[in-house]
Design a protein around this ligand. Sequence first.
Ligand SMILES: *[C@@H]1O[C@H](CO)[C@@H](O)[C@H](O)[C@H]1NC(C)=O
Ligand SMILES: *[C@@H]1O[C@H](CO)[C@@H](O)[C@H](O)[C@H]1NC(C)=O
Ligand SMILES: *[C@@H]1O[C@H](CO)[C@@H](O)[C@H](O)[C@H]1NC(C)=O
Ligand SMILES: *[C@@H]1O[C@H](CO)[C@@H](O)[C@H](O)[C@H]1NC(C)=O
Ligand SMILES: [Ca+2]
Ligand SMILES: [Ca+2]
Length: 656
Amino acid sequence: MISHLRPPQSLSPSRNRSPSLLLDLFLSFSGIMLRSPLRATGGIFELRKTVERTKTLMMKQSAWRQMTEPGFWAGVLVILCTLSVGADVHQALKTQSMLSKVLQRHKRDWKWDKLYVHEEMPLKHPPEKIGKLENTYFTPSARYNLSGEGANNIFTVNDNGDILVHAKLDREEKSIYRLTASLFNIDSKKQLDHDNTIEIVVLDINDNSPVFPPDISGSISESSRAGSVVMSVKATDADDPTTQNGMVVYKLLNGTDLFINYNGEIRTLTSSLDREKQSQYLIAIQAKDMPGVNEGGNSATTIVTVNINDINDNIATFKSGEYRFNVKEDSEPGYQIGVLAVEDKDEIQNKDPTFTIHKFGEVFDIKQSNTKDGALSLKVPLDYETLKAYVFSVNVDEHTVSKSPDNQGPNLLTRAQVFINVIDVDEPPVFSQTLYNFSIYEGPFKNPVIGAVSAKDPDATAYKIRYSIEDPNCPVVVDPVQGHLSLKKQLDREEESSYTFQVTAHEDVPNGLKSYAKVNLTVLDINDNAPELTNGNEVYVCKSDKPGTLYISIILHFFTLTVGAYNKDENSGRFHFTLAKSSKFSLTDNRDNTASIKLKQGGFSTEHSVEHVLEIEIADGGTPEQKRKLNDLQLMCACARRNDKWSIVWPTPRPE
Ligand SMILES: *[C@@H]1O[C@H](CO)[C@@H](O)[C@H](O)[C@H]1NC(C)=O
Ligand SMILES: *[C@@H]1O[C@H](CO)[C@@H](O)[C@H](O)[C@H]1NC(C)=O
Ligand SMILES: *[C@@H]1O[C@H](CO)[C@@H](O)[C@H](O)[C@H]1NC(C)=O
Ligand SMILES: *[C@@H]1O[C@H](CO)[C@@H](O)[C@H](O)[C@H]1NC(C)=O
Ligand SMILES: [Ca+2]
Ligand SMILES: [Ca+2]
């Protein structure tokens, strides 16, 4: 039953001849072993039609459902009946008439509309007959003609209606040919019947192997639970995918202790994959068609790469229990002392050590370095003379490590001792202050000493220190041994109120180290300036009633004249005004560093410029008191025209 559907054995001796999956399944189910090979005859094609129909129906459903549904069994029964239920199946298939009864169509004039031919059949001489056109109107004077795909070229029809094939066909190139058959009279050329469309179906043989894409790879994190999907592999088979020829199944050829295949999906079989042990696996995978047949079928093998991705599953530990460093005492804060090397088998992005310092945390700092080691640095300056060595312990932890790390146990080296040795360096002298503030009074001095600076060599050697002032313009000199500062000259606050200069201290040895301190000298004020009138010695009293005229007529006693004074010194008190030589005027001290001068009695009218001379004494309240006598003070009533402007209105006369 099976083998007679195939092309004759001699045509393709090397090929697998398995029929469709479902028929196979049926046969293995029913236990019928049919082994009789039949030669292809016209009857094959009739049978093939029925089988084909049943198969198409069956293919649409899953194998198991088909077997459980009544339709399946019905279809199978039809085939079986067709083949004869009797013991001699061989014989039954030869009985053409029996097949005809079932399959012939009587309604139509044309007998066939579908024919079958196997692909890849070697050409034969004479050409192979694949079917026969039959029409009820056929007579000896009638002829068949073919047109359409491959007509008269691949396929021809002879005078008997036999369809012959003249080429080797490839289903994977073209799986169906559509032709038109016509019947006409040789003499009249008249058509004897309607054209009929026939299809020639190229039957698949398993002439293609599954093909894998190149370079298949997948990855999975180490320690993933068993059953995790690693990757899917897929091979393609050019043969008919609705038959076993084109169906592909997969099989792992090795690595089966770690991985398992479900229809090309590779999953882990264990949770013990460990990147630190093996980071990559190469697995041979076979893809094979003809899933129902153990032997035979076409197969291909490829090697896929499975990469094991790292996770943080190793605890960071110290590489050593002790780390020793020498640090110069003059190292700046932030100085990188060194590295506490850490051991962690994970990939660097998964290393995450943290460090704890147990003593001297205010002096030293330890942080994760770029290489994920412990970077030890200095936080504050060291001083050899104060402390020559530090010993402390440091812990390393890894909080992000997985719950069951590869390395565990009490013997992990997570604590280390650090020994810091402070190295003495020759340091420059150190002043007792970096800035000194001194002050001294201006003017003549009895004792020129303004203060003293002092510096020391901090080193154990403790060299003597010599002081100097390098600026030659500095008004101060320094005693090279004692550090006393004294004035070179008298100072004047009104000229320069403060000085800033540097004092140098250097070790009193050849090439001794130097350092500097700043001195700020403030010059203090003494009252060494007499008061002066704020606007010079001329005081004008002016009143114009008519701009442009030179004549002024003023009764002065209506007006008060105010004079003011100032003094260059800083701390002089309030000014006191007194009128020394009194004539017609009186003076009132306004107690705000001004005084008003008034005409005592009468008045005077000035037709002409008149001068009155006043003598005023102004004293400041400073120590010592400074006085000024203004004996050339002129009171002018000569409101002269200056620059076409009536001017000088100070002090402003105001009505009483
Ligand atoms: C037969 O078919 C071919 C096309 O394949 C056509 O050229 C030819 O004329 C047909 N002959 C007759 C007699 O119809
Ligand atoms: C599987 O076989 C291939 C090819 O021989 C080999 O390269 C690979 O290492 C093997 N893999 C395993 C896990 O044994
Ligand atoms: C010196 O004087 C300045 C300004 O008066 C002040 O800011 C500074 O703190 C003083 N320095 C010392 C050391 O007394
Ligand atoms: C020096 O002292 C004076 C007065 O105290 C102050 O104004 C000045 O800012 C000081 N200069 C420095 C550099 O401290
Ligand atoms: Ca790891
Ligand atoms: Ca780790």
